[in-house]
Design a binder for this molecule. Sequence first.
Ligand code: SF4
Ligand code: SF4
Length: 393
Amino acid sequence: MKSLEALVQDASNPEAFHSPAVRYTPQEQEVDRVMTICNGCRYCEGFCAVFPAMTRRLMFEPADIHYMANLCHNCGACLHSCQYAPPHEFAVNVPQAMAKVRAQTYTQYAWPPALGKLYSRNGLTLSIALAAALALFLILAVALKGNLWRTDLAGDFYNLFPHNLLVGMFAPVFLFAILALGLGVRKFWREITPATSGVSVNAPAATEATSSVLTLKYLDGGHGKGCNNEDDAYTLSRRRFHHLTFYGFLLCFAATSLATIYHYVFGWVAPYDLPSLPKVLGVLGGVSLTIGTAGLWHLNRTRHPAHGDQDQKPMDLGFIALLFLISVSGLALWLGRSTPALALLLCLHLGAVMALFATLPYGKFAHGIFRTAALLRHAVEKRQPNPVSPAAD
Ligand code: SF4
Ligand code: SF4
């Protein structure tokens, strides 16, 4: 292994040891530079999956960099522990370098790419504007029929928007989101697979990656005390609010899926109320999502400015804001279902849901999918002999 000084020298002159055929963006060059320094230091080896992946490489080509950038979840631990962080002349800021490449991968792999670019620059504005525009459109559509504020709906929103109309409105947008996400992650997977041993996924690797995703394993900082947020102190709040958001979203999704089965398989038509299973799942999911997103918003607004990429804040906040709007409007819809406000609340809720579906492939949600793919490749790669130092196995 070279000395740290020699590695720093190499890192400041990447052309000296990379093939000229390999093209790097400025963001990739920065990850290459900091990873070359980290590879000589290795102080942060136990923090997350990025550093064990790093120790399996001497050089970092774009596919390695995209893979490692999506293994990073911007916990900040390596920045607060780093003796070479700014103002040191090496200016090592791993979370920031990784975050910039992550944003690049969302747009590079997004389909269609133009939408990815648009969302990454204007996520918050776009999300809110889209939700408001769609809600307004629905409000106008209902108002033109002269029945926005009415008491004769008997708590049944299908009296306003028939079931088949709702399916016709939402299914194409949802299917488009799934298709766009699927095409994006397939491109990403194809690029990183050869860079991560090329070996196919096996059951132990799949089990480990699933467990890492479901427990948000790496948000414990590698030592169980959590991540950093606004300062050097460890906090588990990011993990807890992520959990509330993640499982809240899954519960809401389960409620909708179950309601679809009730409708099409058993012919049990909505609305469902407590204690029916779709309603129990929906209420629990809505409450969990509301608390989780409120917490994530607060943590994002108070995060140390050196963490991650400030330019991505609108995208992150846009996703959090949409999830919050959906959960709050969904709960309000349930609580206000017997009031004349039902039509208005329904339009607001549907506008937010539609805006979320339309933007799913281009923002933070894509991070969850890309990160899962990267963790799966990591679980496969770590089971292969270490190509750099076989003794490490
Ligand atoms: S982030 Fe800093 S302390 Fe951690 S491995 Fe890299 S150079 Fe070393
Ligand atoms: S910010 Fe956290 S997840 Fe990212 S490389 Fe550093 S320790 Fe790993």
